[in-house]
Every structure is written in structure tokens, then in C-alpha cells.
Design a protein around this ligand. Structure first.
Ligand code: GDP
Length: 428
């Protein structure tokens, strides 16, 4: 069976933890979109890891980890991560890389930096990992697929063609050094050596795996609200964050995705610019940021402090709908245990009207939060394994959210560890 694990919010919902947990029973874990621009934090028996490119299945001996064709593959970043994981005692993971995955080129990272510099204060808050230039080139049909590394003549010709175009921009728009064709070719030859043992016709491999009834997880990055079509455009990422894209980014039929486990965070956090209606500031935000996640809400890739907010029903309900949630995994609930009262954003007021629907960005920027306050439970819920054992006000919070979302909360995460999970009707 194929399951997708995706985010309903702005990312950082705790997908890595849920994937790591479910990966224990999975034969295959696949990354299907995004690149090294965001990270998952995972804590298990081997230690604490920040994965940016490697699928979260790498900690299980019997799991094959796959980089799907939809990923922005930064080869040196991937191999550094592999080294790091192995240096912390994790056995060498079984890794496959799609022959159709495209490569983040050194100049993609540079163009990302140069463009942010050019935009100055009006920048998109990019992580400068080259993701937007990468996907622009992919759809402009001047990207480099992994399989092309193995055809040197073709590669040289393509490099010359791409450099002609890129160097005009470098010289005249950014006033930066031009790309050296030979140096780029040599870099790509190094990349070839690195990936060669792992390259695979992934869609054929998965077709066979599905026929054999293997358990397959699609691992999403970021969340619904960062989707380029359905998110808070233009403050979005450059590849689709939706489960539906899992079929494309891995190369499987859409009807094979039987479960969409949508990770929803018990409060809100976001990185980068963009409308964030339930955002809180000052000491209130600092305290939630300090107590949030595992050791504070700071970006796994960038270390940037995350913006904080109360739980946002319109955004999360929409996020679940766009994912097609079959299950909601409600995470970091333990963090809220310090609050006397917990505000929840139950609607948006836009031009004097109240709505629970999530609008387009132009309207979203005018939205003011409508808050409802729920009583806190004022206790530490870590270590609890049964739903009935949660304090009454905590259960009320969960049930309030579930009712407003309209999707079943079947998993509750009450701590960063792999086993800190409460099953609530989740079927494996
Ligand atoms: P991802 O990109 O969706 O995987 O999210 P991140 O890894 O960036 O952020 C989630 C953070 O919350 C990490 O530091 C996790 O270790 C932590 N985390 C995940 N689930 C829980 C939970 O239920 N409780 C607490 N306290 N931390 C959690």
C-alpha cells in the first residue's frame, strides 16, 4: 500500500518524526518534491538528525530510501548528509536515485543568492538553496537530468548552450563572474561518480514493488500553504507540496495512494515572508518559540527563528482539504501544556465579513483573526500513550479542532521521540 505523509500548514509540522515512525513498517520511503531548502528533525535511538535531502527512512535497515524524479537533487548536499548519518553509527542506507531526477547546479545556488541581493528588502525570504532557479530551469527545459551525466558529448553541448544564456544574466543583470564551461563539466563528472552506484529507473522499481504489495511511504516537504498553486503565492516554494503530486514526483499511478496522512501542528509556525493571520508577537511569541518543537522553533536548515501563531482553523482546514487528508496526525500538542488559556483562530474577518474559508493571497493580507479561547490543561502530557488518559481539557482541544477541521485526528504526537504517539483509530 502507498501512503503519503504531507503537511497541512506552512511546513515544520513534524512530518519527519511521523515518517521516521511509520518507516519502521515500510519497505520504501520516497522523497517526491523539494530539495535541501527545508529540513526534517528526527530523534531516534541513533541520536538527533537534521535531514534535508535524505528520506526519513534511512534509519531502518530494511527500508529502501528513494530520491524521486520530482526532487531538486543537490548531489554534494546529499552525500554530505549520507556521510554524517553514517558517522553517527547508522548503517549505510539502501539508497536509490531516480535517473529522471534533476540536478541542482552550482549556479542555481548562486542565482538564488544574487536574486535575493537584487531584490533587497523585497525578497521572498528564500533559503538560497537554488530551489527557485532550479525549478525555473526545469520547466524552461534547460535542467539537467541525472541520466544525462552519462552522455558526455551531449552534456558538453548542453552546458555550452546553457552557459551562453546564464552568462548574459550574470554579466549584465548581476555583475558577477561568468560560469566556466570546463569547470562546470568537471564538477558534473564528479557528480556522476558520486551518484553512479545509486541510479535507478525508479518508476519501474515502484511498479514492481506495488505489485508485490510492498509498504511504500511518500514523504512530503513543507506544507499545503507553500504549494505554488494552492498556497500563499508568491510566498510559496517552487514544487508542489501536495499528496497528489506524490504520484508524479515518484512516478506511480495516482489511485495507488490509499492514505494521505496529513500532519497538522497544534499551534502555528512559519518561516519566511508572507501573510500569517494568527501570528503572535513579543513575549507571548517568544515563550511559545522557546518551548516549541524540540528545543525551540528555529529552522532545521537555516536556524532562523520561526514566526509563531495560534492554531489557525481556516488555514488548517483548507490545508487538509487540498491534501485530501484521510488521517490527521496532530503534533506537538505537549508544547501547549504551559498555557492557562489557549486562543484558537476560528475564522478570518475580511472587509467586515467573517469567513472560515481560506482566501487568495490578496484577500488574505487583509484578514484579521477571529479568536476563540479554550481552557488549557496545565500539565505535561508527555509519556501518555492512551487517548483516554489525556487531561479532559486536552481532549476537548483535540475534539474542538477535529470538529472544525472536518477530518479525523487518528494520531496525536506528544513528544519528539519516535514512540511518543497516541493512536486514535489509526489503521496501519
Ligand atoms: P518537518 O519538516 O515537518 O519534519 O518538521 P521539523 O522537523 O522542521 O519540525 C518539527 C520539530 O518538532 C522538530 O524539532 C521535531 O523534533 C519536533 N517534534 C515533532 N513532533 C513533536 C511533538 O509531538 N512534540 C514536540 N515537543 N516536538 C515535536
Amino acid at each position: 500500500m502507498v501512503k503519503a505523509i504531507v503537511g497541512a500548514n506552512w511546513g515544520d509540522e513534524g512530518k519527519g518524526k511521523i515518517t521516521d515512525m511509520l518507516a519502521q513498517d515500510s519497505d520504501i520511503v520516497i522523497r517526491f518534491q523539494g530539495g535541501a531548502n527545508a529540513g526534517h528533525t528526527i530523534i531516534n535511538n541513533y541520536g538527533k538528525f537534521a535531514l534535508h535531502t535524505l528520506p526519513s527512512g534511512v534509519f531502518n535497515d530494511n527500508t529502501t530510501s528513494i530520491i524521486g524524479n520530482g526532487v531538486a537533487l543537490n548531489i554534494p548536499v546529499l552525500f554530505n548528509e549520507l556521510k554524517e548519518v553514517e558517522s553517527q553509527g547508522v548503517p549505510a542506507p539502501k539508497l536509490l536515485i531516480s535517473d529522471r531526477a534533476q540536478i541542482v547546479m552550482p549556479y542555481h545556488v548562486l542565482f538564488d543568492q544574487y536574486e535575493e541581493e537584487r531584490l533587497g528588502g523585497k525578497s521572498f525570504g528564500s533559503t538560497k538553496s537554488g530551489i527557485a532557479p532550479f525549478y525555473s530551469d526545469k520547466y524552461a527545459k534547460i535542467g539537467f537530468q541525472v541520466n544525462e551525466l552519462f552522455d558526455e558529448e551531449y552534456l558538453k553541448e548542453k552546458i555550452a548552450n546553457v552557459c551562453t544564456q546564464k552568462n548574459v544574466l550574470l554579466e549584465h543583470l548581476y555583475h558577477k563572474p561568468a560560469i566556466d564551461e570546463e569547470e562546470l563539466f568537471n564538477t558534473l563528472m564528479e557528480y556522476k561518480e558520486m551518484v553512479a552506484p545509486y541510479v535507478c529507473d525508479v518508476s519501474a522499481y515502484l511498479d514492481q514493488a506495488i505489485k508485490e504489495g510492498k509498504n511504500i511511504l511518500l514523504e512530503g516537504q513543507l506544507g499545503s500553504l507553500k504549494d505554488p498553486d494552492h498556497g500563499i503565492y508568491p510566498m510559496v516554494t517552487s514544487s508542489s507540496t501536495l499528496a497528489a503530486y506524490g504520484a508524479i514526483g515518484a512516478g506511480i499511478p495516482p489511485y495507488e495512494i490509499k492514505k494521505v496522512i496529513t500532519v497538522v501542528k497544534a499551534y502555528s509556525s512559519a518561516v519566511g515572508a508572507g501573510a500569517f493571520v494568527s501570528e503572535i508577537f513579543g513575549e507571548e511569541a517568544d515563550e511559545l518559540r522557546r518551548r516549541g518543537g524540540d528545543g525551540g522553533e528555529y529552522g532545521a536548515t537555516t536556524g532562523r527563528p520561526r514566526r509563531m501563531g495560534w492554531f489557525d482553523i481556516p488555514a488548517s482546514k483548507y490545508g487538509c482539504r487540498m491534501q485530501g487528508a484521510t488521517d490527521v496526525a496532530f503534533t506537538v500538542l505537549d508544547v501547549l501544556g504551559y498555557l492557562d488559556e489557549i486562543p484558537v483562530c476560528v475564522g478570518y474577518e475580511i472587509d467586515g465579513e467573517i469567513t472560515t474559508d481560506f482566501p487568495t493571497t490578496r484577500k488574505l493580507e487583509k484578514a484579521k483573526p477571529v479568536l476563540e479561547v479554550l481552557p488549557g490543561w496545565k500539565s505535561d502530557i508527555r509519556g501518555i500513550t492512551k487517548y483516554e488518559d489525556l487531561p479532559e481539557n486536552c481532549r476537548k482541544y483535540v475534539e474542538f479542532v477535529e470538529e472544525k477541521l472536518g477530518y479525523p485526528i487518528t494520531l496525536i504526537s506528544n513528544g519528539p521521540g519516535r514512540d511518543e504517539i497516541i493512536y486514535r483509530g489509526f489503521e496501519k
